[in-house]
Design a protein around this ligand. Structure first.
Ligand code: HEM
Length: 81
């Protein structure tokens, strides 16, 4: 696990491109900062919104998780598992 801060779902939800300047997306427990992406402008990417865990949704995307490779991991999700 990378040495990054842990965030709750509600903290992630504020990084949806509407409430705070940061635009974050969670995939497989890791939170990526996609603020610089033109494809995530205002937090929206096709029919998806940032500020949440989109692990399941990626299965229906026309691309793999390799799209995350150029983005920084800024945190990971709090989990009670
Ligand atoms: C209807 C579903 C989706 C469509 C049509 C879609 C479409 C696209 C397209 C066309 C690109 C451009 C680059 C490429 O194809 O490799 C892209 C990039 C990307 N997508 Fe998706 N996507 C979808 C769902 C998702 C989901 C669910 C996630 C997150 C789990 C995601 C995360 C990303 C990221 C991080 C990029 C890279 C953005 C960049 O390089 O600026 N996408 N997507």
């Amino acid at each position: 696990m990378p040495e990054v801060p842990i965030y709750t779902r509600s903290q992630l939800a504020l990084r949806n491109g509407q409430d705070k300047p940061e635009i974050w997306v969670c995939y497989k427990g890791l939170i990526y900062d996609v603020s610089e992406s033109r494809l995530w402008k205002n937090g929206k990417h096709y029919e998806h919104w940032a500020g949440q865990d989109l692990t399941e949704e990626l299965k229906d995307a026309p691309h793999s998780a390799s799209v995350f490779s150029k983005f920084e991991v800024v945190g990971r999700m709090y989990s009670t598992d």
